[in-house]
Design a protein around this ligand. Structure first.
Ligand code: BGC
Length: 477
């Protein structure tokens, strides 16, 4: 059979995130809500977090030259997806830096202007060591000719913006409320402007927010991420603000990030899109529950980002008061994180019940390669924007399913491109090496390389030679 070729210039890479991968070798703690959260005794004793700590992580902060070399030389990658830690860059508050905040008739923020003077104020506040190190990391990627996708917000917020423990204990009276507070958008715009200015010459593609959905769902509905609450209204507020953050980040990056290649600075958002299927396709209640999941989790935030449609009452249409075009500043591509299929049975809530079972990863995520093609087809049909698969991978500590997983999902990706015409421009496997899986700690192993906790040695999984062959030949066997 002829090899299945991918389009010329297709990006092949791996993804990591700063909080999950950086720590482990001597560098200072991250002054973020997540840092506080995973060290909090109540969270640990209550089982909200694993008790394992990010400072025992793979140590990318120091070991990045070796890791990037593995990506380039051993995996044959031509791209890498990284993120920067807002709290590392601004460990102390930027609130005193004055910017022009415009409000609309309802008193909501509609525009944020960061000028040269504000930029000087931000320069004074930024942590010089962190900025220098991030520039070294990005420069090394560039030297290796790895294209860089850089994410601004991959979940930790600076602790000066979010007192997660106080919010957990009494959100009504807490002082710093993170994404519940619209004022966080203003600080995010400053951070985006500054990051664009300082790193733009070394970045090929920008992603503003990683997964508006998981960042709000797990924090405000499932009670697992900081601040550990379960409240639908709070969830919707955070979901709204995280979606709006994209627009303000987009605007600042367009203004401040020099374009590192031709064609202007490219800025997108990263959405996690799961494939939802009714348990019983003949039962209209299961169908309705699956459709509602798809709408709330896959579509809602992308509608907000791309059109400014904020359907806050979730009736499926953005009514007059829910149409906020001034928040839709633009989106050059959609990053798709895709992992699993979710089968849905109707239940007491509109979301229904998510069924487990089938062929699964270590954490019960169902392996269902066809789902990738289906969500790629959907996102292209619906939004008509170029697409990158920004995360896809499997928790597989025994290393027995990863090769099959990779080949299956890439085959479907190839079909989406070659048969359905979806403009997928790249694929980033999650993740380069085992890293800190948020509240789950280190037991969940997504890495193409296992990490020895004591020595930090990177040990290749069986997928490494397989992925290398694919990346170097730009084709599937
Ligand atoms: C997140 C990653 C995480 C991965 C696996 C994604 O939702 O972006 O940070 O490690 O899922 O859980």
């Amino acid at each position: 059979m002829a090899p299945k070729l991918f389009p010329e210039g297709f990006l092949w890479g791996t993804a990591i995130s700063s909080f999950q991968a950086e720590m482990g070798r001597g560098e200072p703690a991250s002054a973020s809500d997540w840092w506080t959260w995973v060290h909090d005794a109540v969270n640990i004793s209550g089982g909200r977090v694993s008790g394992e700590l990010p400072e025992d992580g793979p140590g990318f902060w120091e070991l990045y030259p070796g890791d990037l070399r593995l990506a380039k030389e051993e995996l044959g990658n031509n791209a890498v997806r990284l993120s920067i830690d807002w709290a590392r860059i601004f460990p102390a508050s930027t609130e005193a830096v004055e910017v022009d905040v415009k409000k609309n008739g309802s008193g909501n923020i509609s525009g944020i202007v960061v000028d040269e003077e504000a930029m000087r104020g931000l320069e004074d506040l930024a942590d010089v060591t962190a900025v220098r190190r991030y520039r070294e990391i990005l420069s090394e990627a560039r030297r290796l000719r790895l294209k860089v996708m850089l994410t601004l917000f991959h979940w930790p917020l600076p602790a000066w913006l979010h007192d997660a423990v106080a919010c957990r204990d009494d959100v009504a009276n807490a002082g710093r409320k993170g994404w519940l507070d619209e004022a966080t958008l203003v600080e995010f715009a400053k951070y985006a402007a500054y990051a664009g200015r300082r790193f733009g010459d070394l970045v090929d593609l920008w992603a503003t927010v990683n997964e508006t959905r998981i960042a709000s769902e797990y924090a405000y509905l499932r009670g697992e991420f900081p601040p550990g609450l379960r409240d639908f209204d709070l969830f919707m507020t955070a979901y709204r603000n995280l979606s709006a953050a994209h627009g303000f980040g987009y605007e600042q990056l367009k203004r401040w990030a020099p374009s590192s290649g031709g064609g202007g600075t490219k800025v997108g958002v990263v959405a996690v899109l799961q494939y939802y299927e009714p348990e019983n396709p003949d039962d209209p209640r299961d169908v309705a529950a699956a459709n509602f999941n798809e709408y709330l989790w896959n579509e809602w935030s992308l509608n907000a980002v791309t059109s400014g449609d904020y359907d806050m009452d979730l009736d499926g249409v953005a009514g007059p008061g829910e149409r906020l075009p001034h928040l839709a500043k633009g989106c050059d591509f959609i990053g798709v994180n895709h992992y699993l299929r979710q089968r849905v049975r109707h239940g007491e809530s509109r979301l229904g019940e998510h069924l487990k079972g089938g062929d699964c990863s270590d954490i019960g995520w169902e392996i269902h390669p066809q789902g990738l093609r289906l969500v790629l087809d959907w996102v292209w049909r619906r939004y008509r924007l170029p697409v990158y698969v920004t995360e896809n991978g499997i928790a597989d500590a025994s290393d027995s399913k990863r090769v099959r997983y990779l080949l299956g999902y890439l085959d479907e990706l190839h079909r989406a491109v070659s048969e359905d015409g979806v403009p997928v421009r790249g694929y980033f496997h999650w993740t380069l090496m085992d890293s800190y899986e948020w509240n789950r700690g280190f037991g969940t192993r997504f890495g193409l390389y296992c990490v020895d906790a004591a020595t930090k040695e990177r040990v290749p999984t069986r997928t490494v030679p397989v992925y290398r062959e694919i990346c170097s030949s730009n084709s599937l066997p």
